[in-house]
Design a protein around this ligand. Structure first.
Ligand SMILES: Cc1cc2nc3c(=O)[nH]c(=O)nc-3n(C[C@H](O)[C@H](O)[C@H](O)COP(=O)(O)O)c2cc1C
Length: 321
């Protein structure tokens, strides 16, 4: 059976490395694309010139398809459009906490005309439907388990609902890290997987080794969801910082807490990921941590998860029902 994710994106393996703001930059992205998956630059709120430089650097490191994230929010997407028009990467990865249909209708035809494929990252069924209507080529559906900003429904609940509602290929994300979770994604109707947390321990990702070791050491129940005050909650390894944010939100009115939290993610990700301050900085991760046991090359991460997926899918043929 033809895999539409590989076909649409022109990649060899149905594996996407999710956009990770301040983290998935040219070294990781090019390694994923060179290994046959789709690397996604997480440019987040990076200034225009730095974004263009990062895309050009990625082009130097890989000739394979890669994607660039564009935050679909008024006031932010305009700069992303300028960056995309100047650089024309093979794929755009449009993300937003809530998708604005009008913005998609405005920009997707432009980006298609420039030769780019369009992935939409959806955390809600309605967003996936909006994405298809606006002409997206593929939708990544991310459940509550995943790293980064948290949505509200689990991968298990969300993926089959989206598969039933749209015709474009669906890629599942959130809590996928091994053969079992990946096989489950395909069983739910997804045609590919997206992983974020699993790639945080990749040899090619130049974050502080203390952050990688904190991920490897973490067990189950090790994450906290914080920053609900500004309606963009994110999941991180529970530590002093997550306790402080929870305390702030419990003792302040929402608007006051939101004001104090503005810009906190950018500052604390730097402390956690790059300076290795695992107690006072943020290490954004998904709930699948305890299955991550060692650092590996990107190529090995992808090869292992796909081989294990095949093994699990074959073993299911023997399940007695
Ligand atoms: C450190 C980190 C930063 C992230 N930043 C973004 C982002 O900027 N945009 C986005 O769409 N998703 C972001 N995500 C979500 C990932 O793209 C991906 O969907 C998610 O990690 C998948 O779940 P998993 O971590 O369980 O594999 C981030 C995830 C992590 C771990």
């Amino acid at each position: 059976m033809v895999n539409r994710v590989k076909e649409v994106l022109g990649i060899e393996k149905p594996v996407i490395q999710g956009a990770m703001a301040f983290t998935s930059l040219s070294p990781l992205v090019s390694a994923v694309s060179n290994a046959g998956g789709l690397g996604v630059l997480g440019l987040g709120y990076m200034p225009k010139d730095a974004s263009i430089a990062e895309i050009n650097q990625t082009k130097k490191l890989t000739e394979k398809p890669f994607a660039v994230n564009a935050i679909m929010q008024e006031g932010i997407v305009e700069q992303a459009d300028e960056v995309l028009t100047a650089t024309k990467p093979p794929v755009v990865y449009a993300d937003a906490m809530r998708l604005n249909g009008a913005l998609c209708q405005k920009y997707f035809p432009r980006w298609h005309k420039l030769g780019m494929k369009i992935i939409v990252k959806a955390s809600y069924l309605a967003d996936a439907v909006t994405a298809e209507k606006a002409g997206a080529d593929l939708v990544v559906v991310k459940g509550w388990e995943g790293g980064g900003h948290v949505s509200f429904e689990s991968t298990m609940a969300l993926v089959p609902q989206v598969v039933a509602a749209v015709n474009i290929p669906v890629v599942a994300a959130g809590g996928i890290v091994d053969g079992h979770s990946s096989a489950a994604a395909f069983a739910l109707g997804a045609e590919g997987i997206e992983m974020g947390t699993a790639f945080l321990v990749a040899d090619e990702l130049p974050i502080n080794d203390k952050a990688k070791q904190a991920i490897i050491a973490a067990g189950d129940m090790a994450t906290a969801e914080v920053s609900y005050a500004n309606d963009a909650p994110f999941r991180m390894i529970a530590n002093n910082l997550s306790d402080q944010i929870k305390d702030l939100e419990a003792t302040h009115l929402k608007a006051e807490a939101a004001q104090k939290e503005a810009g906190l993610d950018a500052k604390t990700i730097k402390m956690g990921m790059y300076q290795g301050d695992t107690q006072n900085g943020a290490i954004m991760v998904g709930q699948d941590l305890s299955l991550i046991k060692e650092t590996k090359s990107v190529k090995q991460i992808i090869a292992d998860v796909l081989q294990d997926t095949k093994n699990v899918l074959h073993s299911l043929e023997n399940v007695e029902l």
